[in-house]
Design a protein around this ligand. Structure first.
Ligand code: AVJ
Ligand code: FE
Length: 438
């Protein structure tokens, strides 16, 4: 990684913070106050909580810690501490109202511009390379994706409107599966200045030969699983997955409905759309992904397999930061950044292929892997235990690659996301893998 000079670095951080704020305001200015304080699902916070939580985290790290300034609001930290109140209890808290929350995030941001100007962006680890500023911008983008999921859950008239995602320009008649030869590769990173603690440190992992799908599983493929009785075939489900499938009466991806002709429709941000066959399937749980893979005679990739398929360049024998190279995604390589409100058809991003020829690893849908969320060898908390450490060893599966709702600043091929295996309000899909001769 080549370090830009301090002025260029400041400019990059300013751009990232400005972009995240535009997105936050876009997701909260489009609904009325009643909608902002409502709980659209017990899985989610009211949007007005996310808004002030974004400001509160920014105040704590950048105004008080880095900026060494007096608190803007020293009295609300507890209200916006994600560990003090469950999401379902947040609507009954004495939260800032919409106007107060908007004023709050604005006041905090004005002080942050001073702090950014004043910081040398060197010195202690929190300040070096502007880490804390980048962390706060990524945090805001993460909550923006969470708010986007809240928008998908809310009922009533549609308020978001963006162009349809690209259709495939080249039909995916290329390799359907890529075989990755066994051997070591470098997983994680010690050099990416803005990587979060759980992505560190870089370490060598020896991955046995495996095959991985060149593309995510599509709606058309998933419909074949449904039509083949996949949801009634206990033999392809894990024991826990089957228990959940029965208890929760799961019979199709979330937001799907079948009409009397047998046509599948899905509700996309308040609009009913016919299910598009070549789009990656989205809003499935880990348990559904795992059952599909077994039905297809395959399995989900491990996290290490996913990362090797994404990053390993066999000719250089090195790991890249992203499938196509070191740069952040532009709109040519991946469907990221909430430019569309849905995944793009498979085959739409040939320029985003990895060195090994695996496509659409970044963007479109988060991809479930079979791995649990555990620390890498040599992990160190940085800068706070509540980002990663408190979740290690819990009932979480790793997801990789980001979705159409993830900003390019908040994801790279080393980035690790995690969630409970039953969750599907997130923009999650998957691809399959399998063992190769042994
Ligand atoms: C990394 C997406 C699992 O939203 O729970 C936001 C990110 N951490 N605020 C989450 C996060 C603290 C986190 N995930
Ligand atoms: Fe947060």
């Amino acid at each position: 990684f080549t370090r830009p000079d301090v002025a260029a670095l400041r400019g990059e951080l300013e751009t990232a913070l400005t972009r995240s704020r535009a997105r936050t305001l876009g997701l909260t200015d489009c609904v009325d106050e009643a909608d902002l304080v409502a709980q659209h699902s017990t899985l989610m916070s009211p949007l007005v909580w996310d808004l002030a939580h974004i400001g509160n985290q920014e105040e704590m790290w950048l105004v008080r810690d880095i900026g060494k300034r007096q608190p803007v609001r020293g009295d609300i930290d507890e209200l916006y501490d994600a560990f003090k109140h469950s999401r379902s209890s947040r609507p009954s808290l004495p939260l800032l109202n919409a106007g107060e929350a908007r004023d709050y995030v604005h006041t905090v941001r004005e002080k942050v511009w001073d702090a950014l100007e004043a910081s040398p962006l060197t010195g202690r680890p929190l300040e070096r390379d502007g880490f804390a500023f980048a962390m706060v911008a990524q945090h805001e983008q993460q909550h923006d994706e969470t708010m986007l999921a809240t928008h998908q859950l809310r009922t009533g008239a549609a308020v978001l409107d963006l162009p349809n995602a690209p259709e495939a320009t080249v039909p995916p008649g290329r390799d359907l599966e890529v075989v990755v030869a066994g051997g070591p590769f470098e997983m994680g990173t010690s050099s990416d200045p803005w990587a979060l603690d759980n992505e560190r440190p870089a370490h060598v992992v020896d991955v046995p030969t495996f095959a991985i799908d060149a593309l995510p599983v599509t709606n058309a493929e998933y419909i074949r699983f449904i039509a083949d009785g996949g949801y009634d075939r206990e033999d392809v489900w894990s024991e826990r997955g089957w228990a959940h499938r029965v208890d929760a009466d799961v019979t199709a991806p979330q937001f799907w409905e079948q009409d009397s002709d047998g046509t599948w429709w899905r509700r996309v941000f308040g609009v009913m759309k016919q299910v598009r066959p070549a789009q990656p399937v989205v809003h499935v749980s880990y348990f559904e992904a795992d059952a599909y893979a077994r039905w297809a005679g395959k399995r989900l990739p491990t996290e290490a397999e996913w990362e090797k398929a994404a990053r390993f360049d066999p000719s250089a024998q090195k790991s890249r930061r992203n499938p196509w190279g070191e740069s952040d995604a532009s709109e040519r390589e991946a469907n990221l950044g909430q430019r569309h409100l849905e995944p793009a058809d498979v085959g739409a991003y040939p320029e985003g292929a990895s060195a090994l020829g695996v496509e659409q690893l970044m963007g479109d849908v988060w991809e479930w892997t079979s791995s649990d969320f555990v620390p890498y060898p040599g992990f160190r908390v940085f800068p706070y235990a509540e980002y990663s450490q408190v979740f290690f060893g819990g009932d979480y599966k790793i997801l990789r690659g980001g979705s159409f709702g993830t900003d390019p600043f908040a994801v790279r091929a080393t980035f690790r996301n995690w969630d409970h295996p039953i969750r599907r309000q997130i923009f999650a899909g998957f691809r399959c893998a399998r063992d190769v001769g042994r």
